[in-house]
Ligand binder design. Sequence first.
Ligand SMILES: Nc1ncnc2c1ncn2[C@@H]1O[C@H](COP(=O)(O)OP(=O)(O)OP(=O)(O)O)[C@@H](O)[C@H]1O
Ligand SMILES: [Mg+2]
Length: 288
Amino acid sequence: MLFKKKSSVIDISHVPPALDADEAARIGYEHDRTLSKHAFYEGEHPMVRIEHLNKAFDDNVVLRDINLNVWPGEIVVVLGPSGSGKSTMLRCINLLETPTAGHILVNDQEITDASKTNVHKLREKLGMVFQSFNLFPHLTALENVMLGQTKVLKKSKEEARIEAIKQLEAVGLGDRIDYTPSQLSGGQQQRVAIARAVAMHPDVLLFDEPTSALDPELVRGVLDVMKDLAYNGGMTMIVVTHEMGFAREAADRVVFMEDGVVAEQGLPEEVFDHPKNPRTADFLGHIK
Ligand SMILES: Nc1ncnc2c1ncn2[C@@H]1O[C@H](COP(=O)(O)OP(=O)(O)OP(=O)(O)O)[C@@H](O)[C@H]1O
Ligand SMILES: [Mg+2]
């Protein structure tokens, strides 16, 4: 099957089967060890493995042959111009979009094999925080954080309540648990959304521009919560953001996407201070 994009054509019929888990871990380690601050240990396997991911909407090719590993506890920040495919990649990882070709594996389980994947089980492992919070407006902060736990994880109300209070306290909202979203600031709502995602104890948290809908003075509180998760929570995170300060401070690796491909990736200081790809340099020049 051929897809055209501008002058390029990709042929997705040649995508090979997913690699064997041990082989993928070895190859991934060799590839990534100089590109990330992650403390690799011998024999470690990636938490998320993306191989030859392609995504097209009709004949518009949006992702082309993406290959990326995310290691347990690693913080990967994804940057790139509007339309480069960042959101689409995140949405493929939790199967909000169906990849056109390629493989995504979480803990060596292929999630892109529809016959073997229980999408609901998968989403328990992959928490997502959106730009627009997506809280239920008629529920309090506490109820928002309890809901997934009781409905999806089948926890008792009491267990869910204890966990919800713990996570709301962790994001600094212990005194706001009975407020509804309309009674909270945007930053507070986003912190509720983060608490809700963390309360599900996912393997990986995906963030899609979590601060870009917020007034500038509210951004810091949300970034502080994310940094705390990264440093103290040991959470594996893939974060699409234009917050360069966060990327410099918290990222183990920065991935620059351009026109549906990973154009460059590496240590934050390398990518920011010595970008190898002129497109990366150009992009960073515009947002600094
Ligand atoms: N559901 C969809 N149907 C058709 N095209 C889509 C759909 N979702 C995304 N696209 C297209 O895919 C391309 C990449 O979009 P995507 O949202 O992944 O970009 P992005 O890098 O997240 O951009 P931004 O920084 O603006 O959020 C765009 O050309 C967009 O129009
Ligand atoms: Mg986007």
